[in-house]
Each structure stands twice: as structure tokens, then as C-alpha cells.
Design a protein around this ligand. Structure first.
Ligand code: IPM
Ligand code: MN
Length: 350
């Protein structure tokens, strides 16, 4: 019996999670597993009502679950940073979800903005460090609000944090068993403290994986290669900030935010699965948002829980719906409503 904590969150989050749960119900019956869900109210409205984002007691409560299924966090009524830091980043940090795993996979060339790229050309995974770097929140203002003002924002990189991320990436690349190539994406030519540590650690750990080919690319060049030759990538490992940026680029080359999913993983603890597109406030409540990213996040959750057959069935259904039904992956343009897309997935599963 899987216990799943559901945080629909803000904006279109509840609509896409609703479709995800529909699919969960479907696969649980088909593949014979049982689960319980509990819905938590965290998000913008809850914050405006209670002045609370997420407390330490809430974190303790969430630790009783096997996984967290998250819709979206972000509300235009709340000052930027409060909900993101108070909920999303607090979950990632306090649950020590030190890996943010973001697959970049093109399901249909119809939806690729890159000329002449086919599904076999765009199939790689970004392993983003998820608890350190610039996201650690270290820094200060000096001489605030004066002409001499300086704002410091420090990137924190611990040997332990970097090494566990790199080890995860090597292991993942080995298990994935495709091109067996791991690319370190950094900035050794300018950020000579952080990336010296990353690069040294990368090549040290690489010695334990003689079967994995390694390469290094600067993050700016990485963006260029993701557009020009995405087929050369297999697994990319990078820090929190670069990972944030390159995975939005990754999302758009796989067809956009409507399809991009991610997993916040603590390999020894509780992990959290989310569509990476955000709360899309302007589409809220219209039943037009694409639920496939949330459905793909559900597949990642099931894979992580050990329900591989369900995950594979969902992915197969997503491929069919994308290839045979949808005329766009964007909100309002799919040719189907949010709930119809969820229904199509369920139909294709059976
Ligand atoms: C993401 C998002 C978050 C991040 C924001 C909402 C804090 O952009 O999951 O990529 O920067 O990590
Ligand atoms: Mn992002």
C-alpha cells in the first residue's frame, strides 16, 4: 500500500494533478497495486489565509509518506520568492532531495522547434544538483539602498554534495544503458572555485566507471549543443542554477512545458514528482492546460516506487496520445481539453 502525499498547489496545479490521479487510479487497477492519497493545501491561497507556507511540523508529517506528488507552486498575488522558497525549495532542502532528475525526450517531431530533429535525436536526461549552489540562499546586502550598494549571492558547493550528485549521475547513466556517456556541464574557465571542485570530483569518480565515457562542456556551449546536436547527449550532470536554466531549454526542445516532468529525488528518503512548467495563472480553471507533464511526473513516481510496468504503460499511452491525437502541446491549442487528454491516456492504457 503506497501512501502518497498530494500537493496540488497553485494555478493550474490542481487541474493537472486531477488528471494524474485519474491515471493513477487506472493503472492501480490494471496492475494490481493499492495506494492511499492525502491532499495537502500548501500554496498561495493557503498562505494568504493562514500566513503559513510550510512548517517544520508539515515536513515531519510528509515524511510519513512514500512519495509526494506536486502540482505547481507560484501565485501572482504573493511576492516572488515567498512561496518558492517557503514551499518548493523547503521541501527539496528539508527532505534532502539532492537530485533533480529531468528527462528530455521528444515524443513527436511535430512538436519540436528544432529543424530536422526526430525522437531518436532528443533523448537525454539532466541530473541537476538540487540542494546547494546559488540556491543555498547564502549572501548579503552591503550598504543597502545607497549608491555603494553591493549584493552578494554565494554559490555553496560541498565536496559531499557534489560527490553524491556526481555518483548518482554515473550510476544512473550505467543503469540507463544507452550511449553510456556522462557530460559534466559547468564553467571551469570563470567560476574557478566551484567548478574546480566539480571537475576534480567528476574525474575521480569517473575512475570507478571505466565503461562510461566522460566529457566536459561549459554551460554556454552546452546550450548551443542542446540546440545544434542534442543527439550527442546521454546524461548531463550539473549544478543547481545551470540545471535550472538548461532544463527549460531542454523542455522547449522536447515540445514545451506541457510535457516536461521532473523528479526531486532523495535516494534514501522521500522523493517528490512534479511537472516543471509552473502554475500558469492565466490558464487557471479553464480546463485547457496540458496535463501530460503531470502524467509523466506520475510515471516517474511509479517507476521510483518500483511499479515499472505502470510507468511503462503510462509512457506508452503518452506517446500514442502525443503522436496520434494532439495537434499542439500548448495550453488551449491541444485540440482537446485538460480532462479529455487525461481520459485519452486512460483509454490507451486499457
Ligand atoms: C524549477 C523552478 C524552480 C527552481 C522555482 C519555481 C523556484 O524554476 O523547478 O525549475 O528554480 O528550481
Ligand atoms: Mn526552473
Amino acid at each position: 500500500m503506497y501512501k502518497i502525499a498530494v500537493i496540488p498547489g497553485d494555478g493550474t496545479g490542481p487541474e493537472v494533478i486531477r488528471e494524474g490521479l485519474k491515471v493513477l487510479d487506472k493503472v492501480s487497477k490494471k496492475f494490481n497495486f493499492s495506494y492511499q492519497t492525502k491532499t495537502f493545501p500548501f500554496g498561495g491561497s493557503y498562505y494568504l489565509k493562514t500566513n503559513k507556507t510550510l512548517t517544520d511540523e508539515d515536513i515531519q508529517e510528509l515524511k510519513k509518506y512514500h512519495a509526494i506528488y506536486l502540482g505547481a507552486i507560484g501565485d501572482p498575488r504573493v511576492k516572488p520568492g515567498i512561496l518558492e522558497k517557503g514551499i518548493l525549495l523547503k521541501l527539496r532542502f528539508d527532505l534532502d532531495q539532492y537530485i533533480n532528475l529531468r528527462p528530455v525526450r521528444l515524443y513527436s517531431e511535430k512538436f519540436c522547434p528544432l529543424k530536422d530533429k526526430k525522437p531518436e535525436d532528443i533523448d537525454f536526461v539532466v541530473v541537476r544538483e538540487n540542494t546547494e549552489g546559488l540556491y543555498k540562499g547564502l549572501g548579503e546586502f552591503q550598504n543597502k539602498s545607497t549608491p555603494q550598494e553591493v549584493a552578494l549571492q554565494i554559490s555553496y558547493n560541498s565536496r559531499k554534495g557534489v560527490e553524491r550528485c556526481i555518483r548518482f549521475a554515473f550510476e544512473y547513466c550505467k543503469k540507463r544503458n544507452k550511449k553510456k556517456k556522462l557530460t559534466l556541464c559547468g564553467k571551469t574557465n570563470v567560476l574557478t572555485y566551484a567548478w574546480d571542485l566539480w571537475e576534480r570530483t567528476f574525474y575521480e569518480v569517473a575512475k570507478e566507471y571505466p565503461d562510461i565515457q566522460t566529457e566536459y562542456t561549459h554551460v554556454d556551449a552546452c546550450c548551443m549543443w542542446m540546440v545544434k546536436n542534442p543527439e550527442n547527449f546521454d546524461v548531463i550532470v550539473t549544478d543547481n542554477m545551470f540545471g535550472d536554466i538548461i532544463t527549460d531549454l531542454g523542455a522547449i526542445i522536447q515540445g514545451g512545458m506541457g510535457i516536461a516532468a521532473g523528479a526531486n529525488i532523495n535516494p534514501e528518503g522521500i522523493s517528490m514528482f512534479e511537472p516543471i512548467g509552473g502554475s500558469a495563472p492565466k490558464y487557471t480553471g479553464k480546463n485547457v492546460i496540458n496535463p501530460l507533464a503531470a502524467i509523466c511526473a506520475l510515471a516517474m513516481m511509479l517507476e521510483n516506487l518500483g511499479e515499472s510496468a505502470s510507468a511503462t504503460a503510462i509512457e506508452g499511452a503518452v506517446i500514442k496520445v502525443v503522436r496520434e491525437k494532439l495537434i499542439s502541446l500548448s495550453a488551449g491549442k491541444m485540440g482537446y481539453s485538460t480532462s479529455e487528454v487525461g481520459d485519452l491516456i486512460c483509454e490507451f492504457i486499457s
